[in-house]
Design a protein around this ligand. Structure first.
Ligand SMILES: [Zn+2]
Length: 405
């Protein structure tokens, strides 16, 4: 046994337990586990959670406004894309790598053990950025599982389609896109599914990130997923238009989403910033989390953009994301708060195709220790993180000390 964590409080158990870690996995969970261990840690009732999973970030854009300004004057998605296109070449591969290292260190210290990042892949220069990020992925392979999505406006130009294909050949794990932001969403979806079939990759798209109640790309995605037999392998992020359509229409779309086994990622921080600009009163712009959960859809929650041209906020903290999700979706009951925690742990792991059993015997020992003895605080008042373990290895330990005078 490499580690024996004693007196750990778990979300689903009344009494503290011991956790034995061996061969990178959780060997045993029980009231009192005897036997020698290479290292022991008495947690004194502090909460242990399964490793946090951030299912949707943009590492190639992160910290671009860290000089302390947010140049996106309108605060809209379209202006963010416009400025990003103008400035993205000003960052060298080395600049991107240092930003990505900073992001991964922040995430891991917050307890993140798996993450999925979209990376622009629209022209040959983007592939150099992708290669730089793939190098950093190797550096951090012992500490975090990092999946990369090739993100481009597929179907709008042969150059973009070529770049996306090259990215998948280079090491991107999933086919991405934002079909609702292209002139012909159906044509874009057709190219995306063709790339997925050709390279044998799953799909993760930005879907209906718009206030337009008539946008139905999510329905089209559900039908194509069923037709391709890709249930469980397709993820849809944002899905904001669901929040702007009538209940009856939304209900029909959600029914198809459930039938297609789509994973839905809500990105509340970014959508609260970008959606509904100029509308009074300002809408929340966040998808219908409650109704999707009630329909049995696997809903998870991600950071999206962190401190860049799209969103000035964020710290790669999934517990903060769970907290904002609970606020925006009116999820405040005990079971609902638990669901918000699942959205950044087991539900998000399921979307990423990882072990989604959480803290169970036999599962990979990906876990974090909170500086708190009340599990509900993980969502209601995200506490400091004390340690992150990845595959049974202690990756980072944080000391917290306060002196009252
Ligand atoms: Zn995004």
């Amino acid at each position: 046994m490499e580690w024996l964590l004693t007196n750990a409080r778990l979300v689903d158990r009344a009494e503290p337990v011991d956790i034995a870690i061996a061969d990178g996995r959780i060997a045993r969970i029980g009231p009192v586990i005897p036997g020698p261990a290479a290292q022991r840690w008495d947690l004194e009732g502090q909460v242990v959670l399964p490793g946090l999973v951030d299912p949707h970030v943009h590492l190639d854009k992160t910290y671009l406004n860290s000089g302390g300004f947010f140049p996106n004057r309108s605060g809209t998605l379209l202006e963010a894309i416009h400025i990003w296109r103008a400035v993205k070449r000003q960052r060298s591969g080395a600049d991107v790598q240092s930003a990505v290292r900073r992001a991964l260190r922040a995430a891991i210290a917050n307890g993140v053990t798996a993450m999925r990042s979209h990376v622009d892949t629209e022209e040959p220069a983007d592939l150099e950025t992708l290669a730089a990020i793939l190098e950093v992925r190797e550096e951090f392979r012992h500490a975090i599982d990092l999946q990369i999505v090739a993100l481009g406006f597929a179907g709008t130009s042969p150059v973009i389609d070529r770049a996306m294909a090259d990215a998948l050949a280079l090491g991107a794990d999933l086919v991405g896109g934002a079909p609702a932001l292209t002139p012909d969403p159906q044509a874009s979806l057709a190219v995306i599914f063709a790339l997925a079939e050709r390279y044998g990759k799953p799909i993760d798209l930005h879907i209906d990130e718009t206030e337009d109640p008539a946008s139905r790309t999510l329905s089209a995605l559900a039908e194509l997923t069923i037709a391709a037999g890709m249930q469980g392998l397709v993820t849809a992020g944002h899905c904001c238009s669901l929040a702007f359509m009538h209940n009856a229409s939304a209900g029909k779309v959600i029914e198809r989403v459930a039938a297609a086994g789509l994973h839905i990622v809500t990105l509340p921080s970014c959508n609260l910033v970008l959606m509904g600009r100029g509308m009074q009163p300002p809408p929340r712009g966040v998808t219908r989390v409650k109704e999707l959960l009630a329909a049995g859809v696997n809903v998870c929650a991600g950071s999206d953009n962190v401190q860049d041209l799209f969103n000035p906020f964020g710290s790669y903290d999934p517990l903060q994301t769970a907290n904002v999700t609970a606020h925006t979706a009116h999820l405040t009951g005990t079971d609902e708060l638990r669901a918000c925690l699942e959205m950044v742990t087991t539900r998000a792991a399921r979307a990423l195709g990882l072990d989604a059993n959480g803290l169970r015997e036999g599962a990979p020992a990906d876990l974090l220790v909170l500086d708190a003895c009340d599990a509900q605080e993980a969502v209601t008042a995200p506490p400091p993180r004390l340690a992150t373990f990845k595959n049974g290895r202690l990756i980072v330990r944080t000391q917290t000390e306060r002196e009252w005078i």
